[in-house]
Design a protein around this ligand. Structure first.
Ligand code: ATP
Length: 262
């Protein structure tokens, strides 16, 4: 049984059918890309998976349990994490403190602080920072970090809740190609080593084809294709949807040099 099972979820806003009867599955240990042009319904799908939006119909099952319509915090506590395009770190705090705060939040201790956050979960926070390659920068303020490093801290924050499924909203947006590949190689490593399931949206096709195990493509709210890189590249409806969008389904050799597994 797959960790995540989506069965015919739909959502309409006013007269707009944002998502229409979309079904797919995601097993543990897999990196699945959710693709589609602007307005295809990707964010609405994400929002229905983590409880921000209630589907009009259909069901979302996580680890065999029906989580359709549950509140975001309850879904998060079950082990569904999410990273956003906009930075979720506190710029005024250090890298370490940001992760310590995330650990405090997991243990519901944020509102019981009688000592500074810096006193709590130091070892566990350092271990998480080690996982994302940020231990050496633990004492630096998040405000002075390079963009790619902020993304690593965000990943550590998301991992603090020990998610089994991680939803990543355009994880490499705004990054240079080298930074993108480094971040996604790290995500891929976490997927393999921790049997994490990751669903991500991404506009960079190079990243998708280099790192995703599988892809699903939405257009106007409907799932039009599903498969590995070759199947998606060759799919006539995908080519049709992306034709004229300026996106290419050919990977760039320089970008993938030294990249992760496909
Ligand atoms: N809260 C909302 N109210 C009204 N319409 C909405 C709302 N959220 C999404 N939509 C509409 O639903 C459709 C799907 O939007 P969605 O944001 O899910 O697409 P997307 O694939 O994430 O797009 P992008 O890549 O541009 O972020 C669009 O037509 C959008 O205008």
């Amino acid at each position: 049984m797959s960790l995540l099972q989506i069965d015919r979820i739909s959502k309409t806003f006013g007269g707009v059918q944002a998502v229409k009867e979309v079904s797919f599955e995601l097993p543990a240990g897999q990196l699945l890309a959710l693709l589609g042009p602007n307005g295809a319904g990707k964010s609405t799908c994400f929002n229905m998976l983590n409880g921000q939006t209630r589907p009009d119909s259909g069901s979302v099952r996580f680890d065999g349990r029906d989580i359709t319509g549950m509140r975001p915090r309850a879904i998060w506590r079950l082990g569904v994490g999410r990273t956003f395009q906009i930075s979720a770190t506190f710029a005024s705090m250090s890298v370490l403190e940001n992760v310590q705060m995330a650990l405090l939040s997991r243990e519901r201790k944020l509102f019981q602080l009688w000592r500074p956050a810096a006193c709590f979960y130091r070892d566990e926070a350092m271990q998480l920072l080690g996982q994302v390659g940020m231990a050496a920068q633990a004492q630096r303020s998040c405000a002075v970090l390079a963009y790619g490093d902020v993304k690593r801290v965000e990943l550590a924050i998301a991992l603090a809740n020990r998610p089994r499924l991680l939803l990543m909203d355009e994880p490499t947006a705004g990054m240079a190609p080298g930074e993108r590949n480094a971040l996604m190689a790290l995500v891929k490593q976490l997927v393999v080593e921790h049997q994490l399931a990751v669903l991500f949206t991404e506009h960079s096709m190079d990243v998708v084809f280099a790192f995703a195990d599988r892809m699903i493509v939405l257009a106007r709210g409907e799932l039009i294709a599903e498969g590995d890189g070759d199947a998606i590249r060759r799919h006539p409806r995908v080519q049709e949807v992306y034709l004229g969008s300026g996106k290419s389904f050919e990977t760039q050799p320089d970008v993938n040099a030294g990249g992760g597994a496909a």
